[in-house]
Design a protein around this ligand. Structure first.
Ligand code: SF4
Length: 259
């Protein structure tokens, strides 16, 4: 599999926030989010950096592709005594569905709990991996801030709502009974009410009981500004007109200055 990095930290986003986790970051992504904090994962990685000791911030470099057994061993070493949460992130993990399935199955067999963080557009790939996933964290991308790699750089690309709805349907109907699922929507100053309302309409008719996490963008790199707290409250109210479980959760790891 092509990986960018493996390290230990604490999950900083979404409904699993606060749980210690090993992160396995896949290389390669076909989207270009304006706020992306992982731009070096856009292309498959030449080498994978692997943290030596959990939380040390010191890394060894492994050549790609990385073998399944080596990844499993590294995750177990970073977990220490207790198998716990493993976050499969990117890049976009679902561009490598066979690797995700094999890795998740091996780690679950040793007691780990698998969180899949995905851009939420690869419905067919999700169907292939979902049996081995314990928590699906799917993004809902807004065209005001996100385009595909293949889209023209100028102008607003087509909305992602249809592909997201198809993905959500697979996540809702194809998952085991005990698999958890939430939708995460990153809000920037450019995010518009009409596109957020359209996302909520799709979620309400496909999976009305699924939590929607509104995540204000964290200013860093090219992102200069976050939406105000008042704006976020307005959006919570807007989404609650259609959805029962709406949560406002910022990126806590960035507030703490950790990975
Ligand atoms: S989907 Fe994730 S990795 Fe890909 S561009 Fe967006 S934020 Fe970056």
């Amino acid at each position: 599999m092509n990986l960018f990095e493996m390290f230990w930290s604490v999950q900083g986003e979404g409904t699993e926030v606060g749980h210690p986790s090993v992160f396995v970051r896949f290389g390669g992504c076909d989207l270009r989010c304006a706020w992306c904090d992982s731009v070096r994962t856009w292309k498959p990685a030449e080498s994978c950096r692997v943290e030596r000791e959990p939380g040390s911030g010191r890394f060894d470099a492994w050549d790609n592709p990385v073998a399944l057994g080596a990844v499993v061993d590294a995750v177990r070493r970073l977990q220490g005594d207790a198998a716990g949460l493993v976050s499969l992130t990117g890049g976009e993990p679902l561009l490598q569905p066979e690797a995700v399935t094999e890795l998740a199955a091996a780690l679950r067999g040793q007691g780990s709990r698998i969180l899949l963080e995905t851009h939420g557009l690869e419905a067919e790939a999700l169907g292939r991996v979902i049996d081995q996933v314990d928590v699906v964290s799917m993004d809902w991308k807004l065209a005001s801030d996100v385009r595909r790699e293949s889209d023209p750089r100028e102008g607003e690309p087509p909305a992602f709502h249809e592909a997201h709805e198809a993905f959500l349907r697979v996540a809702k109907t194809g998952a085991r009974d005990d698999t958890e699922l939430y939708v995460k929507l990153v809000v920037t100053p450019a995010s518009r009410d009409d596109e957020i309302r359209a996302a909520c309409e799709r979620i309400a008719r496909t999976a009305p009981d699924v939590p929607l996490v509104l995540q204000p963008v964290t200013p860093s790199g090219p992102v200069r500004e976050a939406p105000s707290g008042q704006r976020m409250l307005e959006l919570v109210g807007l989404c609650r007109q259609q959805l029962a479980d709406v949560r406002l959760i910022p990126q806590t790891h960035k507030q703490l200055g950790i990975a």
